[in-house]
Design a binder for this molecule. Structure first.
Ligand code: GLC
Length: 422
């Protein structure tokens, strides 16, 4: 398959996942891609950001529509839900009732997801040069980041907390086990612990001060915070593009301070970056792919980046497997490269996903690790070419798992394009 054929396949996939109409929930128009037609038939926040990044190469107008649809779900306070239902159904998966405060119509979850919105808007702008789109979206995009700073930084240290594993986008990532008070759980036990947390959050009515006071699950997720910092850096560039230098400078300082806080607070003695949990901000020292996420930051020092790459990413005992990058380092007790079912295995406990590879590749290119980036893109390309746009893959054999026709696996198109411009 040539790159051009791969791009056509990606376009066919995104078009197959496209949903358009006028919502009978609120009369608003919508136009977005579902992550997959059977497994995930609704809108998800960070999936839409990824879809827009891929659309920006194929059809920038559709990319704008995908992001406008997300912004139409924005709450007055600035938050955008992690999952949005545009067409109501008589009945939803039971989790939806736990993730919302409405039992009748749980159309919006109370969660957020890694804030990649500003990056997605920037990608669309870079390929469409549509200034009017920036004028239309940037103020609302900033409101999301301001809400996170206000509502999700209880100790005002510049880092934002998630209140549920699903907010990380990496649902059952084993670094959450310790925060969930589990010692070496099976995948099934990890999933059940998340359900118990659901019930708890629901009982607290998703009241954030109460949730932080109770301190049951309060995690500074490294990837979430890297997406936040880089989102604010994107915002700064977008404000500058719009000629508002005061706002641009303000966001620039904010982004630099956020990066510094991540690099300072999350770094472990082995040079990896770990999630922090509880109000005591303990390091959750499980080696997962998000421990490499600070490569995606502008401000990481050369030596620290080199250590991440040479001591960890390229280490065959940890992340350098035949189809990198596994979600969990191979020498972690929780590492499970295979997958049976969501309930039995949980998600993100070993297999390789295209979205996390996308972050790693962005980071490698940013800091000049061109050969390493080429290698990961080539292996990701092999996975997609051999098995199609699946949800995730076995890091040893490439065996595909989970949803078929999975939207964000088309990110390979963006990864190939970034190699060309590197
Ligand atoms: C899974 C993933 C999450 C994603 C969602 C929809 O729950 O863990 O990151 O947003 O599916 O694709």
């Amino acid at each position: 398959m040539t790159d051009a054929q791969l791009r056509e396949a990606a376009e066919r996939q995104l078009r197959a996942n496209l949903r358009r109409g006028v919502s009978t929930v609120n009369g608003k128009p919508y136009s977005f891609c579902v992550p997959s037609t059977i497994t995930y038939p609704f809108q998800w926040f960070w999936d839409s950001c990824f879809h827009a990044i891929v659309w920006s190469h194929i059809d920038p107008e559709q990319a704008k529509e995908e992001l406008r649809t997300l912004l139409r779900a924005q709450k007055r306070n600035g938050r955008i839900p992690h999952r949005i239902v545009w067409e109501p159904r008589p009945l939803y998966p039971y989790r939806f009732y736990l993730h919302s405060t409405s039992f009748r119509r749980p159309v919006h979850s109370r969660f957020v997801q890694p804030p990649l919105l500003a990056q997605a808007v920037e990608a669309v702008y870079r390929r469409s040069a549509d200034r009017a789109f920036l004028e239309e979206t940037v103020p609302s995009v900033e409101r999301l980041y301001r809400w996170l700073a206000r509502a999700r930084d209880p100790d005002r240290d510049g880092l934002v907390s998630i209140i549920h594993p699903y907010e990380s986008g990496l649902d059952h990532k084993p670094s959450f086990d310790v925060a969930l008070r589990l010692a070496h759980p099976s995948g099934r036990a990890a999933v059940l612990a998340v359900r118990r947390l659901d019930i708890w959050n629901r009982l607290l009515g998703y009241n954030l001060p109460l949730i932080f006071f109770a301190d049951r699950f309060n995690v500074v997720d490294v990837l979430f915070n890297c997406a936040y910092a880089q989102g604010i850096a994107s915002l700064s560039r977008l404000w500058r593009e719009l000629g508002d230098t005061a706002r641009a400078d303000d966001c620039r300082h904010w982004a630099i301070a956020t990066e510094a806080a991540i690099l300072d607070r999350c770094r472990g003695p082995d040079g990896l970056y770990y999630d922090l949990y509880s109000r005591h901000r303990r390091l959750a020292r499980t080696k997962t792919v998000t421990a490499l996420a600070p490569l995606y930051l502008d401000g990481i020092l050369k030596d620290e980046a080199r250590q991440l790459v040479h001591a960890h990413l390229l280490n065959e005992l940890e992340f350098s497997l035949p189809y990198p990058v596994p979600t969990v380092a191979a020498d972690e007790p929780s590492f499970d490269p295979a997958f049976r079912s969501p309930a039995a295995s949980g998600l993100w406990r070993g297999p390789t996903w295209v979205s996390t590879n996308w972050f790693v590749v962005q980071g490698l290119l940013k800091h000049g690790f061109l050969d390493e980036a080429r290698h990961i893109v080539a292996r990701t390309r092999d996975l997609v070419e051999q098995h199609g746009f699946r949800e995730f893959y076995n890091p040893y054999t490439g065996e595909p798992y989970g949803a078929r026709g999975f939207g964000w696996s088309t990110l390979i198109v963006d990864m190939l394009a970034s190699l060309e411009t590197a």
